[in-house]
Ligand binder design. Structure first.
Ligand code: AMP
Length: 167
């Protein structure tokens, strides 16, 4: 909904990894064990992927989904964007109680959504990705949204939060 309204490109690093695995490309083979076990793909592989995508965008806006997930990725993103005279405009953090997140994942049914892997992904999030909230907050880029409602309500909250950050 967001990328349609803003007319920007949606980039899901996880989606791209799943596609590469399905197509059996060398990159897919390299990331497979990480994605299937819920561990993070090593930073240099993620950064390489994103570098190529940014270069191919030629100035069009991008909505990254599931990226960056580590401090090193956030720093690499800043560097890549600077090289293209661009920058991060805003960062959206959707807050959701673990139990609600798990029940949504269980009803979605992706290959890496078995209960133990999903729980592990939440642990990785807390340990490695959550610190990014502070990184972006300090830079005045963070919009935090309560994601524990139906899609239309959350979409409305996201619009309001993004407008507040953009103001
Ligand atoms: P997602 O589709 O965002 O839930 O990602 C699925 C899986 O892909 C994750 O559990 C990781 O193994 C991998 N992945 C996706 N994005 C990243 C990222 N930015 N950094 C490291 N691993 C990632």
């Amino acid at each position: 909904m967001l990328v349609e309204r803003l007319q920007i490109t949606h980039v899901s690093t996880g989606g791209l990894f799943r596609q590469a695995i399905e197509e059996g490309t060398p990159a897919g083979t390299e990331v497979r064990e990480y994605v299937e076990s819920g561990r993070l793909v090593p930073d240099h592989l993620v950064t390489q992927l994103v570098e190529g995508l940014v270069a191919g965008q030629q100035g069009r806006g991008i909505c990254f989904d599931g990226f960056p997930r580590t401090l090193a990725q956030a720093e690499a993103l800043d560097q890549v964007l600077t090289g293209h005279s661009a920058s991060v405009h805003m960062v959206l953090a959707l807050d959701l109680p673990d139990e609600v997140a798990l029940s949504r994942l269980m009803s979605r049914g992706r290959d890496d959504d078995d209960y133990a892997t999903a729980r592990y992904r939440l642990e990785v999030y807390q340990a490695t990705t959550a610190p990014l909230i502070r990184y972006y907050k300090e830079r005045g880029l963070l919009a935090r949204v309560d994601g524990n409602s139906d899609i239309d309500t959350v979409a409305q909250r996201i619009d309001e939060a993004l407008q507040a950050v953009a103001a």
